[in-house]
Design a binder for this molecule. Structure first.
Ligand code: M6R
Length: 612
């Protein structure tokens, strides 16, 4: 969602901020703006549209100055217009603010400020914040950082904010609650951003701001305090991301690059954790509380979107190997349902970004009733990683394409390892099966590499179906979540309506949709429900549907009945989602690209959904 970039130092702030905003474009946005504090004035430029539109607008304008804030806005309160774009000014125009998040009590604060004579230039909740800070500073005759602190004690909602002051241009003030903010520490210069991607080309030293922390930044130093006015110590960490990881590296889109990175990202997720020949499987991050998982009466998995699909695959792992009941919940439903969480339950929260607002809120809810939470997260240092008791990073590397691909396979890999650790400790899996699965898991990257060879064949099938208006995805058992994931991938980037179903459910409704125009994708690899799924394919063919089947290498039956086949390497049934999802990712990618869609930044979508 909204992207934040700010700079304070000797360089030209505009150039650093524009470059940074481009690096954050993947988060999804509909307008962009920059404010520079120099020469006792705030120079403000904002535009609906892309960062490139903002750049065009600023040609020939005064862009000097070493202090500035920039923002990409994903509209919540008010349409995407120039006026609603950030940064926003205080009423007197001396302060400017960028904000990511939602202010829940903005309406009452706004009414109060209007009654004091404030006029607003936008419809946003964010503008109210800077007017409110201005009002507090005036009434209390205090420094800006104190006014910010006092304001934040009254503000209800989620925020990451950065503020500049035309009368004190050597100052940036930043604060956060439930929305991410990272401060890059250079030599006599500071960078602030929603995530580390705009920062890493300048410095690897970063401070992740904690909830309720306020940063007061000047060229000669960074000071932190909390909302209770107690100073806190900045914890400077070195981040381990290289610039190449956030660039396209010759691929047309980040999504395609990330699909092709999967042999490596899956390997990275197992690196140092799994050595099959030695029977070694250790996840350092879950050591302390692992017995909670072993003794759990129930595991509740919470997540959204693709991460929820990875959770569904994990449900099969834990039930089959650990013999423990599992519930997989949409975080957004779980948090509002007054769920029953017992002491013997354990929660696993899955999130690529580690910033998804609903997942974070569901974690807080579960924590408030004493539950132990494990995180399966990609982004190191993210809010969810820090909010959970223990967890395992998936180490997939930065995922920039809005459509999640490599995070899904790395999540499934890590969840399979967690389930195997637990099953082994519980004694619910035989030695033979355990070793068989470790061995198979270790060579999965090679099988994924082979599945990626379906690239051109997927493109040909994509070309045949690029004008379809509906798609049905069907799978059974472990391949049912893969069907859901295939349908989500297609709809989010190509805007074609697609539904995923357990294949057996087809007869209970979706079969009515089938005619000669309807492409039906079957994930029909050779597993325990192979015979059943062949019957489902026959049912679709009998109604003249067009069948695209993902099949196991060497299958001779399905090629006789399906219209199109995509053959993937054979692996253990439980690990098949790691392989069978590959052609579905490729198919979606090519359909979207052939339709001329903006694959990496699909309309209306954001990479990390930081508002509920
Ligand atoms: O960062 P998270 O894994 O928590 O994000 C959850 C969903 O927003 C995400 O998976 C979304 O569904 C993707 N766009 C799917 O490709």
């Amino acid at each position: 969602m909204c992207g934040i970039v700010a700079y304070l130092g000797e360089r030209n702030a505009y150039e650093i901020i524009i470059k940074g905003l481009k690096r954050l474009e993947y988060r999804g946005y509909d307008s962009a703006g920059i404010a520079l504090a120099t020469d006792n004035q705030i120079k403000l430029y904002k535009r609906q549209g892309k960062v490139s539109d903002l750049e065009t607008y600023t040609v020939g304008k005064d862009l000097t100055g070493g202090t500035g804030i920039g923002h990409t806005r994903w509209a919540t309160h008010g349409e995407p217009t120039d006026n609603n774009a950030h940064p926003h000014l205080s009423f007197d125009g001396s302060l400017s603010l960028i904000h990511n998040g939602v202010i829940e009590n903005y309406s009452s604060l706004k009414q109060e400020l209007i009654s004091k004579g404030h006029e607003f230039r936008s419809e946003t909740d964010s503008e109210v914040v800077i007017h409110f800070i201005e009002d507090i500073r005036r009434n209390n005759n205090c420094d800006l950082d104190e006014a910010v602190r006092l304001a934040l004690t009254k503000i209800v909602g989620a925020y990451a904010i950065v503020i500049i002051d035309q009368n004190d241009p050597d100052l940036l003030i930043a604060a956060r609650k439930s929305s991410p903010l990272v401060i890059g520490v250079g030599k006599g210069e500071y960078f602030i951003a929603s995530d580390a991607t705009p920062i890493i080309e300048y410095t690897k030293e970063v401070v992740y701001l904690n909830d309720h922390e306020i940063a007061v930044i000047r060229k000669d130093g960074l000071k932190l305090k909390n909302i209770e006015d107690v100073p806190t110590n900045p914890y400077i960490q070195t981040i381990d991301i290289e610039l190449e990881a956030i660039e396209k590296g010759g691929f047309k889109h980040f999504m395609l690059k990330e699909i092709f990175e999967q042999p490596k990202s899956i390997s990275d997720s197992m690196r140092g954790r799994l050595i099959a020949a030695k029977g070694h499987l250790v996840l350092g991050g879950i050591r302390e509380y692992v017995n909670k998982l072993v003794n759990a009466d129930r595991i509740i998995i919470i997540a959204c979107g693709t991460s929820w699909h990875a959770g569904l695959v994990a449900e099969y792992f834990f039930e089959e190997w650990c013999r423990v009941p599992v519930e997989v919940e949409y975080a957004s439903e779980f948090r509002y349902r007054n769920p029953v969480i017992r002491e013997s339950d354990v929660i696993i929260a899955i999130s690529q970004s580690g910033e998804t607002a609903d997942t974070l809120a569901a974690i807080e809810l579960a924590k408030s009733v004493g539950a132990i939470i494990f995180g399966v997260v990609n982004v190191v240092g993210s809010s969810i990683a820090r909010a959970t008791h223990e967890g395992a990073y998936i180490h997939a590397g930065p995922e920039i394409g809005v459509a999640s691909t490599k995070a899904f396979t790395a999540q499934v890999t890590v969840l399979s390892m967690i389930a195997l650790v637990v099953a082994y400790k519980k004694g619910t899996i035989s030695e033979t099966k355990y070793h068989e699965l470790l061995t198979e898991l270790e060579i999965i990257p090679e099988k994924v590499e082979t599945a990626l060879k379906l690239d051109q064949k997927s493109k040909i099938i994509a070309d045949r179906f690029k004008t379809a208006t509906n798609f049905l995805y069907l799978g059974r058992g472990y391949n049912f979540p893969v069907a859901l994931e295939g349908a989500l991938k297609l709809k989010e980037i190509s805007y074609i309506h697609a539904e995923g179903y357990p294949a057996a459910e087809m007869k209970h409704g979706p079969i009515a949709l089938i005619d000669e125009e309807m492409p039906v994708v079957f994930i029909a690899t050779k597993d325990s429900s192979y015979d059943k799924i062949i019957s489902n394919i026959q049912e679709v063919k009998a109604r003249k549907g067009k069948v695209i089947a993902i099949i196991s290498k060497g299958d001779v039956l399905i090629p006789k009945i399906a219209d199109y086949i995509l053959e993937v390497p054979i692996t253990h049934e439980a690990l098949m989602p790691l392989v069978s999802v590959i052609p579905l990712q490729l198919l979606s990618y090519y359909i979207a690209d052939l339709r001329g869609c903006n694959v990496d930044q699909p309309r209306n979508l954001a990479k990390s959904v930081t508002v509920e």
